[in-house]
Design a protein. Structure first.
Lengths: 326, 254
């Protein structure tokens, strides 16, 4: 059963088309990830699906209700962790949870018990009476996840859940997300521009770039598009022509001049490739190969890499500004 | 009712937590009362002076003005702090919630009004130690009037904050709106002695009617009829709160 179903969705801001005619579905109970670089339209899509923005064109059905018509019904059934924190920094962890519970109609003893359990789940039990202002980035993220779970949503939206966090904290949060799915049988829609995150968590991935979904499938399916192994070659002379050898499944010249070859098995294919190059009189300067990553898939589809910036928010902002400057 | 009570609870919690802000809210009006008030009270110590100030000494004239000023600034600033909720993201938490936005914003307005009036009430009690011809019987009425005043300026603050797109606007409002409203309210000097154009402006200033009404209850004298004061203030409060609710119901992200 599709719990989210999006058809020809478009969102335009004055001069930018942030979401450009996308269609996709998310099945009940799966973890679906939108993977894409900064400005791809991930947050805009989440805002539409969570009824905070009206679509310009197209339809989106979330948990059985149309985002244009039944926003109230959808709001009851979803939980969201925004890209930027939406906690009240002056209040304690407990108070933030309590206020959330109240406005989502969770009451009395039930509410208190859920708060205690969830704070324990994200290991913030000891900090429940501490003011959020003094929390670290990871603690804030964990508290937000706990808060989003408080009213037991059918669908949980996570907008870049580990943006700007250190590797240990990120791994930690991945654990929670996996456990959460196990325990609560929830559907999770997340966005990220980290390959490893999409690979770790998602059962299905939509790769989004410039507002368009350019590929969709499980991580394995996506990687299979390139082949089991990827080989990179650099020749002494720039070649324009791809290599047509039997073991090569696909081949592409990258913008940096290297040749990218998708093969079943690099160890078998490499001798053949060397042979073929020698016959043509091409001199190979550099060879590398590895099993394909989602990064290779993205590179293959768009000709550029998703930046792996682990930067803080400020860096991201700087990048955005740079992008706008162009 | 849940969203209303919850947001009211939140505003009160926040108020109690922000100790420095609470202390600041008391210090400012008291500085005015003590330094401004005591300073000028000796200047206005001649026989004709009482006539200017409606029959009371300057400190007693000033005291109701200071109480209104305290409630005014505190409520206005709490209303504008919706801007902080925008900046720090809490606003999104409310916007995406399945609750009535009307209730949520009303809860906030009432919560902020209560905390502002609480501050006003404490200032009011303190003024009794300095100003000597105030009527104790007026206290509950002044507090009620202060609540209406607070409701109106929290709403104005909310409206401005929802309109503003950056924090920069805040400083502008402080100097271009708050100070003129104070000077045109008759809190520091009687409206009758102002130049005609200033008098005209002060008549369209909601704060004027709160100051005048408080004087009626504390001193027994006022420029306008007390029904006029209360009537205009109530009308404005409903109007501004209505606009605030209307705008909040239509607020979107960005
Ligand atoms: N309110 C807005 N007004 C105008 N343009 C906007 C608005 N919100 C987003 N955009 C533009 O729409 C595009 C998509 O933005 P969006 O925030 O959805 O990207 P994203 O994939 O979430 O990127 P990031 O990784 O930076 O969060 C960007 O070019 C952005 O500048
Ligand atoms: Mg985003």
């Amino acid at each position: 059963m599709d719990i989210i179903s999006v058809k020809n969705l478009v969102k335009k801001f004055e001069d930018v088309t942030a979401v450009d005619n996308i269609s996709f579905t998310v099945k009940k109970g799966e973890i679906f990830a939108f993977l894409g670089p900064n400005g791809a339209g991930k947050t805009t899509t989440i805002h539409i699906l969570t009824t905070l923005l009206k679509p310009t064109e197209g339809t989106a059905i979330v948990a059985g209700h149309d985002v244009r018509e039944d926003s109230a019904e959808i709001r009851k059934r979803i939980g969201i962790v925004f890209q930027d924190s939406s906690l009240d920094r002056e209040l304690t962890a407990y108070e933030n949870m309590y206020i959330h519970g109240k406005i989502y109609n969770v009451d009395g003893r039930d509410l208190r018990k859920r708060i205690e359990d969830l704070l324990k789940f994200v290991e913030l039990g000891k900090f429940k009476n501490k003011v959020v202002k003094n929390f670290s980035g990871g603690m804030i993220r964990r508290l937000e996840i706990a808060r989003a779970l408080l009213h037991r949503p059918e669908i949980l939206f996570l907008d870049e859940p580990t943006l700007g966090l250190d590797p240990q904290t990120r791994a930690h949060i991945w654990e929670y997300i996996k456990n959460m799915k196990e325990e609560h049988e929830m559907t999770i829609f997340l966005t990220t521009h980290y390959m490893d995150e999409a690979e770790q968590l998602a059962e299905r991935i939509g790769i989004i770039d410039h507002g368009k979904i350019i590929a969709e499938g499980s991580p394995e399916e996506l990687k299979k598009r390139i082949g089991k192994d990827v080989i990179y070659l650099r020749f002494s002379d720039k070649t324009e022509n791809c290599m047509e050898t039997e073991l090569v499944k696909n081949c592409k010249i990258l913008p940096d001049g290297r040749m990218e070859l998708g093969v079943e098995n690099a160890a078998e294919a490499l001798p053949r490739i060397f042979e073929a190059a020698m016959k043509k009189g091409q001199k190979i300067m550099e060879v590398s190969y590895h099993s394909p990553t989602l990064n290779d898939v993205f590179l293959y589809l768009t000709g550029r890499a998703i930046r792996e910036e682990r930067g803080n928010k400020l860096d991201v902002m700087k990048n955005r500004r740079k992008r706008w400057g162009r | 009712m849940k969203a209303f009570i919850t947001l009211l609870y939140r505003q009160i919690k926040r108020f109690m937590r922000a100790k420095s802000r609470v202390i600041g809210a008391f210090v400012n009006p008291l500085l005015w009362l003590v330094f401004f008030g005591l300073g000028w009270s000796k200047v206005f110590n001649f026989p004709m002076a009482k006539q200017i100030f409606g029959g009371s000494d300057y400190l007693s004239f000033l005291a109701p003005g200071i109480v209104s000023m305290a409630i005014f600034s505190s409520s206005f600033i709490s209303g504008i702090s919706v801007l902080w909720d925008k900046e720090f993201g809490f606003l999104k938490e409310i916007l995406v919630a399945p609750c009535s936005r009307k209730e949520a914003i009303m809860g906030r307005i009432v919560g902020d009004s209560l905390t502002s009036v609480l501050q006003g009430a404490i200032i009011l009690l303190m003024t009794f130690t300095i100003a000597h011809s105030l009527k104790i019987s007026g206290i509950p009425y002044v507090i009620l009037l202060g609540f209406i005043l607070a409701g109106s300026f929290v709403s104005v603050g909310v409206i401005l904050a929802l309109k503003m797109t950056s924090m920069e606007g805040f400083q502008m409002i402080m100097s271009f709106l708050m100070l003129p409203l104070l000077f045109l309210s008759g809190a520091f000097y009687p409206i009758d002695t102002m130049p005609a154009w200033m008098q005209a402006l002060s008549r369209i200033n909601p704060l004027t009617y709160a100051v005048d009404g408080s004087r009626y209850f504390l001193l027994g004298t006022s420029k306008f009829a007390i029904t006029t004061d209360i009537g205009i203030l109530l009308l404005l409060t409903f109007l501004f709160a209505g606009v605030a609710v209307y705008m909040f119901e239509r607020t979107t992200i960005d």
